[in-house]
Design a protein around this ligand. Structure first.
Ligand SMILES: *[C@@H]1O[C@H](CO)[C@@H](O)[C@H](O)[C@H]1NC(C)=O
Ligand SMILES: *[C@@H]1O[C@H](CO)[C@@H](O)[C@H](O)[C@H]1NC(C)=O
Ligand SMILES: *[C@@H]1O[C@H](CO)[C@@H](O)[C@H](O)[C@H]1NC(C)=O
Length: 414
């Protein structure tokens, strides 16, 4: 049932009366139909002591293993792997500069890229869809002229290639392995580029049957290297995390009548705060969408002035997924949920200013917070799924992304 309330009082009157509980409450109270109480307190998120987070937001903390070739008795590596990310690098291995191997994910399926003295190759889209958040056992084995990749015991890549004798890689002595990325600062040119950072987890690993204390100690010293026990799709923003984009990434084809359209799904973990902002040159705040957890209100501010807000009734738990559609048109802001919709008039001049800032190449969109956000109580911490101007926001293509943001996974309390 859609409930459309047109409010035609000028914005300024609304602002003066803000705080009056009768204004802005647009959702019907659910308490009557949902008498069974849903607990809104979320238990602490559990990190696993045995699964390693391989996402690499920061080049300084990339996980790297090194082995002396002379000490290796096997090239067999195996691990359990879990991800929701459709694209990225699981690991990169090399013996010398031009002899490298990459196991990655593209379009949710495994991909092998390699380069050696005999040439280069890409084997794309093998095996099952691995981006469904299920644990799978992956094994990779190689000899001088074969490669064999298995998922849950089933062969997905088996390759034999010709080797030019006498043109091997004689003088290199180490096997280097980098998890979740290419070596930082390297000039390795993948044959088909991959968005490198993979938001994924490994456990029960055995790398060429050798000790891997580096990985154990990374998990001991940095809790962010331990995966959350349970996860679901979504993007995870810790309290300090935000990502920025240029508005042009979300350009709409229909240039004649520009409209701002946002579908915002969120789940709060610790705190509310700014979930999305549009800032012009000099950081002029054109638009901010803020979640106030204490007041249970989502506020939309235009040019620093409150333009509309949506109050969630007490029965609605913001620690569970909520979806709100925000549409800003030439003369109004419309906020809708599946239950209700309400609009508030805005000044056409404010809309024009918003449109101009959106179209300005010096502007930026900030998601999950902003760099300026000072008060610790007002930093959004939670999970987001955002569609902006009809395009799903892909955090791996952000201009800036805080290193602790998980682009495709969102922790679940047990
Ligand atoms: C892979 O599986 C996930 C989860 O079921 C699904 O969302 C995604 O669309 C699938 N990807 C492809 C390419 O089929
Ligand atoms: C491991 O791979 C290297 C490089 O391809 C090869 O020279 C070596 O023979 C392999 N070792 C085993 C045990 O297959
Ligand atoms: C504007 O914000 C950016 C990041 O969002 C920051 O780096 C920059 O210093 C700010 N500029 C001004 C003039 O405040």
């Amino acid at each position: 049932m859609k409930l459309l309330i047109g409010v035609s009082i000028p914005v300024i009157v609304y602002l003066l009366s803000y705080g009056d509980p009768s204004v802005g409450a647009i959702l019907p109270d659910h308490n009557q139909d949902h008498t069974a109480k849903v607990s809104c307190s979320v238990e602490k998120l559990m990190r696993s002591s045995e699964s390693l987070y391989i996402g690499n937001g920061d080049a300084r903390s990339v996980l790297r293993l090194e082995f002396q070739l002379s000490e290796l008795t096997s090239n067999l590596s195996s691990f359990d792997f879990r991800t929701f990310d459709p694209e990225g690098i699981i690991f990169y291995g090399d013996v010398g500069r031009d002899n490298w191997f990459v196991l990655g994910v593209r379009d949710s399926r495994l991909e092998v890229q390699m380069s050696n003295g005999n040439g280069q190759m890409v084997l794309s889209k093998w095996g099952p869809n691995v981006s469904d958040g299920q644990w799978r056992k992956v094994t990779v084995d190689s000899t001088i002229n074969t490669i064999d990749v298995r998922v849950n015991g089933e062969v997905v890549v088996m390759l034999t290639y010709h080797v030019n004798n006498g043109q091997g890689s004689p003088s290199y002595s180490t096997l280097g392995i980098v998890l979740g990325d290419l070596p930082p600062g390297s000039d390795v040119q993948l044959l088909r580029p991959l968005v490198p950072a993979l938001d994924g987890c490994l456990r029960n690993w055995a790398w060429v049957k050798k000790n891997t204390e580096v990985l154990d100690s990374a998990m001991e010293t940095d809790e962010n290297r331990r995966c959350f026990q349970n996860e679901e799709p979504g993007a995870f923003f810790p309290a300090h995390g935000y990502a920025t984009f240029k508005p042009a990434v979300f350009s709409t084809k229909d240039k004649d009548s520009w409209t701002f359209r946002l579908q915002l799904s969120f789940r709060v973990l610790e705190d509310g705060g700014i979930v999305l902002g549009l800032f012009g040159a000099g950081n002029i705040s054109a638009l901010t969408i803020t979640l106030d957890l204490e007041k249970q209100v989502l506020e939309v501010s235009l040019l620093g002035k409150l333009a509309h807000s949506l109050k969630f009734p007490p029965g609605v738990c913001l620690k569970h997924w909520q979806t709100v559609d925000v549409v800003i048109q030439s003369n109004q802001v419309v906020l809708s949920t599946t239950e209700a919709s309400s609009s508030m008039d805005i000044l056409p001049a404010d809309f024009k200013a918003l449109e101009d800032i959106w179209l300005d190449p010096d502007s930026h969109i900030s998601i999950g917070g902003t760099s300026e956000q000072a008060e610790p109580g007002a930093r959004f911490s939670g999970c987001l799924k955002i569609t902006l101007q009809g395009t799903a926001v892909e955090l791996d293509s952000a201009q800036y992304k805080h290193p602790l943001i998980h682009s495709h996974s969102c922790p679940l309390a047990i």
